[in-house]
Design a protein around this ligand. Structure first.
Ligand code: TEU
Length: 550
């Protein structure tokens, strides 16, 4: 059975959601406490970032024990209670499975280091490093103890890549997924899962820091089929999503096509690189609307035609807030937040909401480098200085691009520490929490708009199931698409700019019904004007006409 396309996922970064113990770190009981809030929002699934034992070099993506709870976040009893309590609120859990690599503190790596040959074959060891660059900076290989060999770490030096070619490794990892299934978990998010299929022969490659040597290799698809069969493929109503690093459309179709029996859906990141100079993250550039529009149209169209399925998102724990990147927040935070939401929730795919997005949270706007803690940001700052940037220039880049931007504590109210913790938060709260917080925003336009989007998706099959058709492709300011289901049509217009823009409406939509907008009702006619950051969805129940939206 295929997953339910009416479902909406909400992502929680447990470390920053709600601290109930006063240790400054969010915990599982904090999530239990907030389930009524999540039910009110209307979400169906919550994806939790890793909460397993970990030295926290990469905030839990460096796992040292896959089947336990890090005491920082609570106990296994708390987890079991969370699964149960969530169910009572109509919510399922989705866990983060980091199966491409484990922490060098994991017993597998420790045994390997101690000379155990069986466990040495759990890792990717070579006599000579290749020229591949780690995603967190520097060479991707590090000396393996004093053996003279090197181990591969595509991420931090403390995250050793696992050798999926070894069937024992696959068996161990499948056991992990089944362990959590046995706890009642039906959703899984697989971290960088398109990197698991490294070639047997590892070669130097100057292109893209070596990425083509280990990304989207055909064998990754084989491993996913095997994973599917050995674990979640047997579940009736689960949901799986793969995070695909540096990927392409044909592979994503294959990963998510129902006949492939690999995954239900895929994340890709191309649309979040449209403000990168020459594809480089640690640069400053205003976003390129043409590129964004082109990417959305190409992915939307091709995934629709070939029956692939995308996870749709603007924010996650690795990205600065989309509001800071795409919107004039000084003047149009609310309009921008709601427009961005509609552009995704009404499109074809499964929408993901990252905690705080539903209240229009912003980047923290820290004042000094010492407020940042993320390993990637700290490495990047040093590399920027080495490359000749001044401290002020390097800091401005970190401020705009750091992953800490989205990891700041959730803003619950205007009291100290934003109501997140009674202790000292592990990461400083953002500057805006006295105004932007759940207490203030819950009856406001952003939160209620998200509720409406979630409700509409459940009520209207065209939103959950309809095909995707690009519209107004040449419009310089508007990203627009149509959804088709039988005779039904839905046109969604999104003005990405802080100014009014005109649209010529085809006849069939002039008599349509406005399903949703982030501005008060307007009359439909041949020519309409969209206000700054306006989103407008027009529904036509029986479109007899073949009018094109140009
Ligand atoms: O991120 C995958 C990834 O490719 C990152 O390099 C991402 O593009 C980058 O962080 C953006 O700057 C996943 C997790 O989401 C991330 O939190 C982990 O650090 C990473 O895998 C390693 O497990």
């Amino acid at each position: 059975m295929t997953f339910d396309k009416r479902k909406v996922v909400y992502q929680i970064y447990p470390k920053s959601y709600k601290d109930t113990t006063g240790n400054g770190i969010g915990d599982l009981r904090g999530i239990i406490e907030k389930l009524p809030y999540l039910e009110e929002l209307g979400v169906d699934v919550i994806w939790l970032n890793p909460f397993y034992p970990s030295p926290q070099r990469d905030n839990g993506y460096d796992i040292s024990d896959y089947t336990a709870i890090n005491p920082l976040f609570g106990s296994m009893a708390d987890f079991e209670e969370l699964v149960q309590a969530a169910k009572e609120h109509g919510i399922e859990l989705m866990l983060d499975m980091v199966l491409n690599h484990c922490s060098t503190e994991h017993e597998w790596f420790q045994k390997a280091l101690a000379g155990d040959k069986y466990y040495q074959d759990f890792f990717i060891l070579r006599d000579q490093p290749t020229n591949w660059v780690s995603k967190f900076g520097g060479n991707a290989w590090a000396p393996f103890g004093d053996t003279g060999k090197y181990y591969l770490h595509l991420f931090d030096i403390s995250q050793a890549d696992l050798n999926w070619r070894n069937p024992h490794v696959r068996k161990e990892l499948f056991k992990v997924v089944n362990f959590w299934r046995s706890k009642g978990v039906k959703g899984f998010r697989f971290d960088v899962i398109n990197l698991i299929g490294k070639d047997e022969e590892l070669k130097d490659n100057d292109a893209f820091d070596g990425k083509p040597e280990y990304t989207d290799r055909p064998i990754a698809h084989d491993y996913l089929k095997e994973l599917n069969q050995a674990t979640y493929g047997q579940d009736e109503d689960g949901m799986t999503v793969g995070e695909m690093s540096f990927t392409d459309i044909p592979n994503c179709i294959q990963y998510s096509h129902p006949d492939s029996h690999e995954l239900d859906m895929v994340f890709n990141f191309h649309h979040l690189k449209v403000d990168y100079e020459n594809g480089q993250k640690w640069t400053l550039k205003p976003f390129d609307f043409e590129e964004l529009k082109h990417l959305f149209h190409t992915w939307g169209q091709e995934m629709s035609e070939e029956n692939g399925w995308s996870a749709l998102f603007w924010n996650n724990h690795d990205q600065p807030r989309a509001l800071n990147r795409f919107v004039d927040i000084e003047h149009f935070r609310k309009e921008g937040a709601t427009m961005l939401a509609a552009a995704i929730h009404l499109s074809r795919g499964t929408p993901y909401i990252y905690m705080g997005e539903e209240i229009g949270m912003l980047d923290p706007d820290y004042d000094t480098m010492s407020d940042y803690v993320d390993v990637e940001s700290l490495n990047a700052y040093q590399e920027l200085l080495t490359s000749g940037k001044t401290e002020a220039e390097a800091f401005a880049i970190i401020q705009a691009k750091s992953r800490d931007n989205s990891r700041i504590p959730m803003q619950w109210n205007g009291s100290e520490n934003a109501g997140f913790s009674k202790g000292t938060p592990w990461l400083k709260v953002g500057k805006t929490y006295r105004e932007i917080n759940v207490e203030n925003e819950k009856s406001g336009p952003i939160f209620t708009f998200y509720q409406q989007l979630i409700r509409l998706r459940k009520a209207m099959p065209i939103i959950a199931e309809g095909s995707y058709q690009s519209a107004y492709q040449d419009h310089p300011n508007v990203y627009a698409f149509e959804r088709h289901l039988g005779d039904e049509r839905l046109l969604v217009l999104n003005n990405f700019f802080a100014k009014e823009v005109d649209i010529d409406l085809p006849e069939s939509y002039q008599s349509g019904k406005i399903l949703l907008s982030n501005y008060p009702e307007m009359a439909l006619s041949e020519k309409i004007t969209l206000k700054p950051y306006q989103t407008l969805a027009i529904y036509q129940e029986k479109s007899g006409s073949k009018d094109n939206c140009q």
